[in-house]
Ligand binder design. Sequence first.
Ligand code: NAD
Length: 255
Amino acid sequence: MGRLQDKVSIVTGGSRGIGGATVRRFVEEGSKVAIFDVLPEEGEALAAELRGKGFDVIYQTVNITREEEVKAAVANVIGKWGRLDILVNNAGIPGVNKFAHEVTVDEWDRVFDVNVKGMFLCTKHSVPQMMKQKSGAIVNFSSIYGLIGNIDLPPYHATKGAVLMMTKTDAICYAPNGIRVNAVHPGSTMTELFMKAAESYPQGKQAYLDMMKEKHPLCLGEPVDVANCVLFLASDEARFVTGASLVVDGGYTAQ
Ligand SMILES: NC(=O)c1ccc[n+]([C@@H]2O[C@H](COP(=O)([O-])OP(=O)(O)OC[C@H]3O[C@@H](n4cnc5c(N)ncnc54)[C@H](O)[C@@H]3O)[C@@H](O)[C@H]2O)c1
């Protein structure tokens, strides 16, 4: 019996990185999983690989900033599997690496569109089914930078603070419906997003990596390290946990 046996889950941004690792852990624990992403090649390849191992996985191209796409994709998942138990709002982008006075309104809007509006739209269209079932678990991706600041990526950090507050508020709003809403706050984890942030650092990629290694007592994380924490929050083992912030940062924010 898996820890997510017979659950139906949506993982946004599940084609690669932390989302991809989450998809893998979820199917290993018995969940059916729908990947929502804008990377069809990677997403289809992951879904096909996992189906080849006997798991139930589909990939759907869904730009989470577009309400009609989100609405249709969620309806498709419910139509296919008859229920929806878990939503992992993982998809995110780093946005531009400039100080606030240099950021254009378009650049600001772009990162908020994906990291905040996308999470809102997926929540909006998933919650009604969870309300009908009187149960559900939503895991939102904040960051250590939803808790503390750093000398990079100001618009990104602002989005991650917004994710934290939406998590707490939704946790309170939906508790009467049996829906739990929690946040994870990863530290630096070896993915394409992290490498993109490193490459855009004004002092260069190596300087960024050195700075980040220095700040994490346990060094840098792997995607599965975060995925295991998402798994806990999504599972019934966390049935008394809502509105919580699970920090997964190798000790960064303990200092
Ligand atoms: N990697 C880190 O160090 C780190 C640290 C803290 C928080 N996070 C957060 O973890 C989450 C996953 O990040 P990652 O490092 O795995 O990044 P990643 O770039 O490897 O994966 C992000 C995924 O989101 C998808 N995505 C982007 N825009 C989308 C859109 N509009 N619609 C649908 N899908 C979209 C991408 O295609 C990609 O598959 C993000 O929310 C990120 O902010 C990452």
